[in-house]
Write a protein that binds this ligand. Sequence first.
Ligand code: FES
Length: 121
Amino acid sequence: MPDIFVAKTADFPDGERRIVTDGAREIGVFHWQGELYAYENLCLHQGGPACEGLMMHKVEDVLGPDRTWIGQRFSKDEMHFVCPWHGYEYDVKTGECAADRRLKLKSFTVERRGEDIYVIT
Ligand code: FES
């Protein structure tokens, strides 16, 4: 299969995403904190368009010194995208399902070639 053109680097700023197609398959490409990530747009739950969902920082518990629960906060380091069908959350840097790290979206290599970005299938 030929490599899939995603975007010109100038047209794909950090924090954005694109959905590209490879025949019948859709691939979500994320630009996050200077890196590029690509995953099949097919949720591991029931096949929803996971890569098209809301992006939000991981919600993490805050524990006191005695391990009692104090509250929650948004992670500064971990960004998730949330499948719009039923809410499965995936780590944008790994494609792992946040609730069960053994589950992982199919990933693809992304390459910068000069001013262009491609997904390698
Ligand atoms: S299909 Fe994605 S959460 Fe159900």
